[in-house]
Design a protein around this ligand. Structure first.
Ligand code: SF4
Length: 713
């Protein structure tokens, strides 16, 4: 059964887009299929605020472009036939080539219940670790950094810290466009508390700089050197919290020695970073003097071959000053997607087993095996996103199921991914959109319910689990993703383990798995939710985990680690010794400019939904490349003209936008456009397959390119 709203009712749900996870009050007219969207004043993430994308959600609930029926080889078919085709295809491939010859590539757009079942099917019953997610491209470096420093993937703080801080350092984050409601909260707090300082660290002068007291336009990729310089400065200026370091951390001395060696002398460091020495001094001084400091970081830190080291360089500074888990202070990774957090919680990353439990922990493995009654539980991690599609390209993976994502437009070296899927014997895509770069290559298309038709839970960047509630009946024959996954599992012969009457049953089972107490940590504990009734689930208020069984704490924990107890074996926070490493590839005379990529204010991912709202398309209507006027002169590029951008991997054609918001030698392109919108507009076709060695996250922020006026080609 799919719960839907009654005619003219008001429903509380959660925004479909970014990781802020704003609460929405939707007034629904079921008969006319109209939904009025407002911010939910009672939701702690946004307190009634919404950004342009959230406000326009009602305009995207149309049937334009929707995938309405199952299709096999382009022909409409019954659900039964489509499910049988998928199940038989996977079973035959596994029988002939083994479980590692198949894979699932999933998405931060899925709800936690969907994610949980996809992970259970692949790791528990197919017996392979080959399930990975597009969140690999978004925040896997933060996951790896958290695990190294805290012993678990735990965000220590909460959004309220942003309003209580006396200084906010925004690094690698255009918060004004990518997490607009958090930006609004900081802006409002700064107006109320004028002494609050904001430092923006970003090679570009973005709109986020509108509230900056200091902007450090560092050279792309130099974050580790910057934060190592900061750690050295803190040590040299008696700003280390010796008591905290002594009592609650380990490996400080090694990390400090590495930082001091790496950062070297100050004027040299400033030159390496590309900023003035007085700017660096100002930042270091402010940081040393301001106890209540939050460092917010996002894709500019994560999407790098040194992403995990960057995360740890930031965390090192917070551990050294004891500024973690207390009001108004802490390192804070903000996630891109609406349920990137839920996905990493259930185990949607190939290197995690399930529910924050790990493959290399025998007790975890046994616990999950017993809990799922899964004799075939995978024994080792699977392939991470880039390696997974490499294995598709080489023919090692022969059947892949892609859920709610578009890897042909988003994965690095996207033309190679496109060819790999063309050659793959079985490509299954479940999506709510019919025509994407990826659905075009599917053998089987499964129509998934859209945002307004789905019911389940999502977790935002501050560990807050919120309900997403269905507003409208699904269009055509669309079905919720959890239902589709369970139906395929049943067809594959795993019926007893996938017999759920509702998404509420899936969530309760997942909560019981987190609550088993034996996973050796006390981080992801949803024991409080282990035995929910349907009514309980339906009325679930937004709450932050952990929510342990034994403590009836209805509000959850706002902060962790304030008591100095971490999830590492020693219980101490871990310093990690890191040193600057240059990006994987460098500019040369042939590819003299470095390409940075990112989002724009009014679009989301591949624009399949935001592209339907005309008011969102007026902001920046075409794919473009931002370039400094001096570089434009050098390469004969004119403002508004078309240009061809070429890298060692591929090509794109976009419009030129002259701006001094980018540095000389650097260019910027948004990620949203793809081949369905315009020929050769995929920025991912330019990006190389270089990944962080620890997290597997690709280097989307640094690609050497050349740019030419298109008419010269
Ligand atoms: Fe939605 Fe993010 Fe905007 Fe909030 S800030 S309304 S979650 S897109």
């Amino acid at each position: 059964p799919i719960p839907t709203a009654q005619a003219e009712s008001t429903v509380q749900t959660t925004c479909a887009y970014c990781g802020v996870g704003c609460g929405i009050k939707a007034t629904v007219n079921t008969e006319e299929r109209k939904v009025l969207i407002e911010g939910d004043e009672t939701h702690p993430a946004n307190l009634g605020r919404l950004c342009s994308k959230g406000l326009a959600l009602g305009e995207t609930l149309v049937d334009t472009g929707r995938l309405l029926h199952p299709k096999v080889h382009g022909e409409q078919t019954s659900w039964n036939h489509a499910l049988q085709t998928v199940a038989q295809g996977f079973v035959d491939t596994i029988v002939e080539h083994g479980p590692d010859s198949v894979a699932f590539y999933v998405s931060g757009q899925l709800l936690t219940e969907d994610y949980y079942l996809a992970n259970k099917l692949m790791k528990g019953f197919i017996g392979s670790g080959n399930i990975d997610t597009n969140s690999r491209l978004c925040m896997s470096s933060s996951v790896a950094g958290h695990k190294r420093a805290f012993g678990s993937d735990t965000v220590p703080g909460c959004y309220t810290d942003l309003e209580q801080a006396d200084m906010i350092v925004l690094t690698g984050s255009n918060l004004a466009w990518c997490h607009p409601v958090l930006f609004q909260r900081i802006k409002a707090a700064k107006q109320q508390r004028p002494h609050m300082k904001v430092v923006v660290i970003d090679p570009r002068r973005t709109d986020t700089c509108d509230i900056a007291d200091l902007h450090l336009p560092i050279h792309p990729g130099t974050d580790v050197a910057l934060f190592n310089g900061l750690l050295s400065y803190l040590a040299q200026h008696n700003a280390i919290d010796e008591d905290f370091v002594q009592a609650h951390t380990e490996h400080f001395t090694e990390a400090l020695v590495a930082a001091m060696e790496d950062a070297g002398q100050r004027p040299v460091l400033a030159e390496q970073l590309g900023v003035a020495d007085y700017q660096l001094e100002t930042f270091f001084q402010w940081y040393a003097q301001t106890e209540k400091t939050v460092t917010v970081y996002s894709q500019g830190v994560n999407q790098s071959t040194a992403g995990t080291d960057k995360v740890n360089a930031i965390i090192n500074c917070h551990l050294a000053t004891g500024r973690i888990g207390r009001p108004g202070m802490g390192p804070f990774s903000v996630t891109g997607q609406p349920n990137a957090m839920g996905g990493r919680e259930v185990g949607g990353l190939a290197n995690t087993l399930a529910a924050h439990m790990e493959f290399d922990h025998p007790e975890h493995w046994q616990l999950v095996r017993d809990f799922w009654k899964a004799d075939n539980l995978a024994t080792r991690p699977g392939l991470k996103a880039v390696d997974m599609f490499d294995a598709v390209a080489s023919g090692k993976i022969k059947a892949i199921w892609i859920m709610a994502t578009n890897p042909v437009m988003s994965l690095p070296n996207a033309d190679k991914v496109k060819q790999a899927l063309k050659d793959c014997p079985l490509v299954v895509v479940s999506d709510c959109i019919e025509d994407t770069d990826t659905t075009r290559l599917a053998d089987v298309l499964l129509p998934a319910a859209g945002w307004a038709e789905k019911s389940g839970t999502v977790t935002n960047s501050e560990r807050r689990i919120s309900r997403q509630r269905a507003l409208l009946p699904p269009l055509g024959e669309a079905r919720p993703d959890w239902w589709i996954i369970a139906a395929v599992a049943k067809q594959m012969g795993y019926g007893r383990a996938f017999d759920y009457a509702s998404e509420a049953e899936v969530f309760s089972e997942y909560a019981r798995l987190t609550a088993t107490d034996n996973n050796g940590t006390r981080d992801l504990d949803l024991g409080h939710y282990s035995h929910l009734t349907l009514n309980d689930y339906d009325s679930l208020p937004p709450r932050q985990w952990p929510l342990p069984t034994k403590a009836p704490l209805p509000d959850g924990d706002q902060r962790l680690f304030g008591d100095g107890v971490f999830f590492t074996p020693s219980g101490r926070g871990r310093f990690v010794s890191v040193r600057y490493r240059a990006p994987a590839t460098q500019v040369d005379s042939h590819y003299p400019l470095t390409l940075n990529t990112g989002r724009i204010r009014d679009q989301w991912h591949s624009m399949t939904r935001t592209g339907l709202a005309s008011r969102l398309c007026g902001h920046l209507p075409e794919p473009f490349i931002s370039i400094h006027p001096k570089d434009a002169g050098r390469y004969q590029l004119k403002d508004g003209a078309l240009a061809d951008v070429t890298s060692r991997q591929g090509q794109a054609r976009v419009r030129v936008q002259l701006t001094d918001q980018v540095n000389l030698g650097e260019v910027f392109m948004p990620m949203h456009w793809n081949d369905v919108h315009a020929s050769r507009a995929r920025v991912a076709a330019l990006v190389g397959e270089y990944v962080d060695p620890t997290s597997g996250q690709p280097e989307n922020k640094y690609t050497p390119v050349q740019v030419h006026p298109w008419y010269e080609q």
